[in-house]
Write a protein that binds this ligand. Structure first.
Ligand code: IFM
Length: 481
């Protein structure tokens, strides 16, 4: 059987729907010059914003009663993160918060997605709050609302309190209960000013890279840890959604998933089958439980030892909006050295790359959005992350004149618009990221920011992309008035 008939016959997961064949290749060409920001035509009310996460920007890890997170612990081992770096200072946002909020508002952006740090709010992962931690997010919410910027609050962006890791972290079912408690208490304290709640960030990445490959905190390895974490994250997400509702949260409730089309590395049947298994574990094992309460057939038996009766009903929750983080397709090859005999492989298409790392494939955004729309019909989707990285610490000259980042955003916006024209129900787009920040195991090497941060002085310097993207958002605001 050749790969085409294999994929057509396949009945599982996201791999099977042909979606991109008819797209004009001209759309894949980068823009030589920044396109006119007013030339994009998104509907009235479409939300343009920027995203960050607490651990990647805040710093101040030992200040005002914050507890340790698994990432603090991970960074203690100098071999884990490039250059032995840590996020003790990161972008210094804890002390520069009013300036950062002003940067968002002054750029003309009206939406900000950020995460709260669990160990800053509850240092030992239990129900004992840290008043100074809550005071920080009180000030942040007030500052945003005063400046007319709508908050989109992510509860969990990978910074589990180390105290919970000591009890098993996400391999333990109890962590799901702790997340629900954290959601409930945070909503009771801050909920009057949160119009948008997002429970998780990228369950698939956290479970696989952090609990199977060990490249991210907590640095665990192996298939059993992977699937235990995956299930408990799904369960915790369901429990947290229920807890937010029970808390009387007035805001809309959703979550964020890393959704990437999975592509076989070659036409070989064994690569196609590996890609199908990986798709089931990456996209399917996050979206199917959320929308249908079940796991994809291909991996259900492997996850079953962690699943208890009643879990399906907890995981399947109606949500107001699904955030999609999209950067590129994932290329998967058969590789018996890894769980599921699947691992990242060669890119069968000659795509350009950014930062020497990730392929630039804006049509993949079209592909994943139309597929998710087709299979799950979410009430609403928004692009919660999409962005472009450069490498290096220079904050002057070329990195500030970042036309390549503008081109990347423009290309993705065009494919997003086409997906909407094809029926994808998308209501917003958030660039990753506002600031150059701590890029996990890559340390401070990769720079995703619309705004550069001087590593010594922490001075903020908006790049050309910040002005361009702000102008695009303003052009749409103007159309609305
Ligand atoms: O920086 C990360 C973010 O924390 C989660 N999504 C991908 C980004 C870029 O790697």
């Amino acid at each position: 059987m050749n790969i085409r008939s294999f994929l057509t016959l396949s009945r599982r997961g996201l791999l099977r729907l042909p979606a991109v064949a008819a797209l004009p290749p001209a759309l894949l060409h980068p823009d030589p010059l920044p396109p006119d920001p007013a030339s994009f035509n998104f509907p009235p009310g479409f939300a343009f914003g920027v995203s960050t996460s607490a651990y990647q920007i805040e710093g101040a890890v030992r200040e005002d009663g914050r507890g340790d997170s698994i990432w603090d612990e991970f960074c203690h081992n100098p071999c884990r993160v490039k250059g032995g770096q840590n996020a003790n200072i990161a972008a210094g946002h804890y002390h520069h918060m009013p300036e950062d909020v002003a940067l968002i508002a002054d750029a003309g952006l009206r939406n900000y997605r950020f995460s709260v740090s669990w160990p800053r709010l509850f240092p030992d992962g239990g129900s004992r709050p840290n008043p100074k931690g809550f005071a920080f997010y009180d000030r942040l919410l007030d500052a945003l609302l005063t400046k007319g910027v709508t908050p989109w609050l992510t509860l969990y962006h990978w910074d589990l309190p180390q105290a919970l890791q000591a009890k098993g972290g996400w391999t333990s079912r109890d962590t799901a209960v702790r997340l629900a408690e954290f959601a409930y208490l945070t909503s009771r304290a801050l909920g009057d000013r949160v119009p948008n709640w997002l429970v998780m960030n990228e369950t698939a990445v956290h479970a696989y890279i952090g609990h199977c490959l060990g490249y991210h905190a907590p640095g665990l390895t192996g298939q059993d840890n992977w699937f235990a974490a995956l299930h408990h994250l799904n369960l915790g997400q369901g429990m947290a959604i229920e807890a937010l509702r029970a808390s009387g949260a007035k805001g809309r409730i959703g979550t964020v998933a890393a959704c990437e089309p999975i592509r076989p590395s070659s036409p070989a049947l064994e690569d196609a089958q590996a890609a199908e298994r990986f798709d089931a574990a990456w996209n399917g094992a996050v979206l199917e439980p959320l929308f249908f309460g079940s796991y994809p057939e291909l991996i259900a038996a492997d996850i079953a030892p962690h699943v208890r009766s009643g879990d399906a009903g907890i995981m399947a929750q109606p949500i107001d909006m699904l955030g999609i983080n999209y950067y590129s397709r994932l290329n998967i090859a058969h590789n018996p050295a890894y769980p599921l005999s699947a691992y990242f492989g060669a890119n069968p298409r000659r795509s350009p790359y950014f930062a020497g790392g990730w392929p630039i494939e804006p049509d993949g955004l079209y592909e994943i959005l139309t597929r998710i729309q087709h299979r799950y019909s979410p009430r609403e989707m928004f692009i919660s992350e999409n962005g472009f990285a450069t490498v290096g610490t220079d904050t002057s000259g070329a990195p500030l004149d970042d036309v390549a980042r503008i081109s990347y955003i423009a290309q993705h916006l065009r494919f997003l618009r086409r997906a909407m024209d094809s029926g994808a129900n998308v209501s917003g787009y958030f660039v990753w990221s506002l600031l150059d920040s701590f890029e996990w195991n890559d340390g401070m090497k990769w720079h995703f920011g619309l705004v550069a941060v001087d590593p010594v002085t922490l001075e903020r310097i908006p790049k050309r992309s910040c002005h361009w993207y702000g102008a695009l958002a303003c052009a749409h605001e103007a159309m609305r008035i």
